[in-house]
Design a protein around this ligand. Structure first.
Ligand SMILES: [Zn+2]
Length: 358
């Protein structure tokens, strides 16, 4: 796997080794890695198994689920048959509400609940609520409201706007149902999985209330999407919260991981398990500082819209899926500068928001 310059500063303990579809790799005592495909440019997600014991029953906890499709279900069945040492799944933990993480939660809960022994979904309240709403309506990445919001930020290509409008059931197509009940995870709370205690660390800016899980005795952080080794976490403003400042929230959230030991093994949702968390946090700060400087420089030349900044921020062609995320990111960078007081925002006669130095 070709590494970029920044990745070379990190350590990948398993090198290029990946778990095959339907198989697992041991990452730490009682912690196994599962990898599932995704039908996007980001083509995979990492899921985790924790050896567990609940109410005297031996089994496993699953952390994150994959999206709802036949391939993912088939690969889960393979894992259940071959990789669980003959034991059942006892609990489902979901780091946050995005479709690749919560998609199959309802199927897994149904698949593994037994009379008197519910296989319960555990996640944060904000993301559980958000997921239930989103599976029944639009989410900021599709539908008429999202299209109008993108247009107000300068995305005027009629084809793209039509496609965004048409994507109203985007979330529900990957998350047809969210379980009717759950167990709430809160920031700083601890829980036991088998012989180990895990700490919940809430993070913001990527999802409403993302939960990362840290086990001190194992020296392992399940970082979810908050800390990824190769790509930067998506940080977006959407139509649901049009004045949000997610970039500042995100950067403050990842700084909380600085309190963990530098040799912590990080298990990310995308990319490979790595060590070098503190280096990665520094890289991400630098990455966003550079993007903010680029945005500021472009706005000094001439007032910018989120759409006109796409070519400044993303130096590669984007498909529609990537364009909606990229628009969200572009607005997030503008908002960080706007809400810090460096930029001012004006609505033109054309109904488009433009940002210029204040
Ligand atoms: Zn996510």
């Amino acid at each position: 796997m070709a590494m970029n310059e920044l990745e070379r500063q990190l350590h990948y303990p398993l090198g290029d080794t990946l778990p095959e579809a339907g198989r697992t790799l041991d990452m730490a005592p009682g912690v196994r890695w599962v990898r599932m495909g995704l039908p996007f440019a980001l083509d995979h997600i990492n899921l985790w198994l924790l050896r567990d014991r609940i109410a005297g029953r031996e089994g496993w906890t699953i952390v994150d689920c994959g999206i709802t499709n036949a391939d993912t279900q088939r690969h889960w069945e393979q894992v259940f048959r071959d990789e669980l040492d003959g034991l059942p799944v006892l609990r489902i933990i979901v780091t946050h509400m995005h479709p690749d993480h919560i998609g199959l939660a309802d199927w897994l809960v149904d698949r593994w609940s037994a009379p008197g022994h519910p296989c319960r979904l555990w996640m944060s309240a904000a993301d559980y609520t958000g997921a239930r709403l989103a599976s029944q309506s639009t989410t900021g990445f599709g539908g008429a409201a999202a299209a109008a919001f993108m247009a107000s930020h300068g995305l005027t290509d009629p084809d793209a706007i039509e496609k965004i409008k048409a994507r109203a059931n985007y979330y529900a197509s990957m998350v047809p149902k969210v379980p009717d009940s759950y167990h709430r995870l809160r920031d700083s709370q601890t829980f036991d999985a088998g012989d180990h205690t895990w700490h919940c660390i809430a993070g913001h800016g990527h999802a409403p209330e993302h939960m990362s899980l840290y086990c001190e005795t194992l020296g392992v952080l399940i970082s979810g999407d908050m800390l990824l080794p190769r790509i930067s976490t998506n940080v977006s403003v959407t139509d649901m919260e049009p004045e949000a400042n997610p970039l500042r929230l995100y950067l403050a959230s990842i700084d909380r991981y600085r309190a963990l030991p530098s040799d912590t093994l990080v298990l990310p949702s995308h990319g490979r398990p790595f060590r070098g968390m503190h280096t990665r946090i520094d890289q991400l700060h630098r990455h966003h500082d550079e993007r903010l400087a680029d945005v500021m420089a472009a706005c000094r030349e001439t007032p910018q819209t989120a759409a006109s900044l796409l070519k400044v921020l993303f130096k590669r062609p984007l498909d529609l899926h990537q364009t909606t995320f990229a628009m969200g990111e572009s607005i997030a960078h503008l908002h960080a500068l706007w809400l810090d007081g460096h930029l001012q925002r004006t609505m033109g006669d054309d109904g488009v928001l433009r940002f210029a130095p204040s």
